[in-house]
Design a protein around this ligand. Structure first.
Ligand SMILES: Cc1cc2nc3c(=O)[nH]c(=O)nc-3n(C[C@H](O)[C@H](O)[C@H](O)COP(=O)(O)OP(=O)(O)OC[C@H]3O[C@@H](n4cnc5c(N)ncnc54)[C@H](O)[C@@H]3O)c2cc1C
Length: 441
């Protein structure tokens, strides 16, 4: 075809949702995808029958979730796995103190009470804080009001540091205080034992896809767009660009003329995080049956502090831990064997010789993936929540940015990607279409 109605750049959930809706509306659409697979940051690998989600795993609350609606329509099996955010006691957690021994129930309860007290005080302090306050600034302000001794304050400070790393993949001092989620989760959280990638596969039904097509230039004017890359140039009346913020900000991806100030400004304040997953499958379970997570406190837990028990997904004893924020940056150059050794050394501190040799491991490298450049975007100090939506302001009526970072309500999620793809399709069509059209026949 000489000229398409719409070119979609990126076959992640945002791009596929937009392309499916536009295709269903009768538009000529092509999706250009750099990788040799679809799904983007939804990526499943399989060891035999066991699926491992190297990118997104969870729907954080199925009630009213369009992703859950799509997954049900696509008959994707879901397993309830409620994490409840990085909460101190939303589910049974085995806490280990700095010396490596398990905390008693009383000690755990005392710690949980301290976290709860800080969490209750934080919203008012955030509300009153300066626009350029970091999460660290507001946390310190709250801690000062309690007047705790240094050891007690440090224990809470460490927890808040780990929480900002695990939820946002960012150092607590780099994260905007106003950029924190409200953490409200509606309904159960679920994961996909057969893999999240089924969502992308099903969304791609009937969509004209070009894999291994790396886009480097998007040019726009009143007449439309031209999109160029290693396979030549295509033209269209409109383009929907869904590449991650890290790609948008790189010199390998050029938009001409440059994005207008409100969009460019929003882009400059969002940053890709560093958030890697480490999965370990073991021959036998060595941790306690009744807990869903293990957490260690103190300096030894600087990098490896939390492990989640994923055994319920496939029956194989499996732990998932994260290298997030500074930890992810620090291990960036390590090979996988060094990462696994480092994780195992911490588990052996807690469980000694009971820790077996893993039968399978997976370590992600999203930071070094040229088509991701991190796991998801976070709001740097000085940004505002509206930066997400501002990024999606249509440019010249022909260029539309979409993707997880362009959705204010629940950024950094598959939900955000899906909803942003829906909005971009509507903007191209100039009318509303039901989001359900993306998953109904
Ligand atoms: C480790 C990890 C854990 C996560 N956990 C969760 C979770 O539990 N729950 C949740 O809801 N979300 C989670 N997320 C976030 C979620 O995966 C993303 O928000 C969502 O998948 C983003 O979709 P997208 O379509 O916006 O972007 P992407 O999926 O990144 O799609 C963009 C596409 O553009 C392509 N592309 C990039 N550059 C070019 C180029 N130059 N030319 C052509 N194509 C290009 C990419 O290859 C990609 O396919 C996680 C992400 C990661 C990485």
């Amino acid at each position: 075809m000489d000229r398409y109605d719409t070119i979609v750049v990126g076959a992640g959930v945002a791009g596929l949702t937009a392309a499916r809706l536009l295709t269903r509306a009768g538009r000529s659409v092509v999706v250009l995808e750099a990788r040799d697979r679809i799904g983007g940051r939804v990526w499943t690998v399989r060891d035999g029958d066991e699926a491992t989600d190297l990118g997104a795993s969870w729907i954080h609350g199925v009630d009213g979730s369009p992703v859950a609606a799509a997954a049900r329509a696509f008959e994707m099996p879901m397993t309830e796995f409620t994490v409840g955010g990085y909460q101190p006691d939303s589910r049974p957690i085995a806490y280990y103190g700095p010396a490596g021994s398990r905390l008693s129930e009383v000690e755990t309860a005392g710690f949980v009470d301290d976290i709860r007290a800080v969490d209750e005080a934080l919203p008012a302090v955030i509300e009153a804080s300066a626009p350029d306050a970091s999460y660290s600034d507001v946390a310190e302000q709250v801690l000062r009001t309690f007047g705790w001794d240094e050891a007690r304050a440090e224990r809470v400070r460490e927890y808040l540091r780990h929480r900002s790393e695990e939820q946002y993949g960012a150092w607590i001092g780099d994260l905007a205080a106003h950029g924190l989620d409200d953490d409200s989760i509606d309904g159960d959280e679920v994961v996909f034992p057969d893999g999240y990638d089924r969502l992308a596969e099903r969304l791609s039904d009937g969509v004209d896809l070009r894999l291994e097509h790396v886009v480097s230039h998007v040019r726009w004017d009143d007449d439309g767009v031209s999109v160029s890359g290693d396979r030549g140039t295509l033209t269209a009346a409109a383009a929907i660009v869904t590449v991650p913020v890290g790609v948008l900000r790189s010199s390998d991806f050029v938009i001409e003329p440059a994005l207008p100030a409100p969009v460019a400004g929003a882009l400059s304040r969002l940053e890709m995080n560093a958030f890697e997953k480490v999965f370990l499958r073991f021959p036998t379970r060595f941790w306690d049956d009744e807990v869903y997570a293990i957490r260690q406190q103190g300096p030894q837990g600087l990098w490896w502090h939390s492990w989640y028990d994923l055994t319920s997904l496939h029956g194989t004893p499996t732990l998932l831990t994260f290298a997030a924020g500074p930890a992810a940056r620090a291990i960036r150059d390590w090979d996988d064997a060094a990462v696994i050794d480092s994780v195992l050394s911490q588990l052996r501190r807690l469980y000694g010789h009971r820790v077996g040799v893993p039968t399978a491991v997976h370590v992600t490298h999203w930071q070094d993936d040229p088509y991701a450049r991190g796991s998801y975007a976070y709001m740097t100090v000085g940004s505002t929540t509206s930066d997400h939506d501002d990024l999606a302001t249509p440019v010249g009526g022909v260029l539309h940015l979409a993707g997880e970072a362009t959705w204010t309500d629940d950024p950094a999620t598959v939900t955000a990607a899906l909803c942003s793809g829906h909005r971009a399709a509507q903007n191209v069509l100039g009318r509303d279409v039901p989001i359900e059209d993306a998953w109904t026949d």
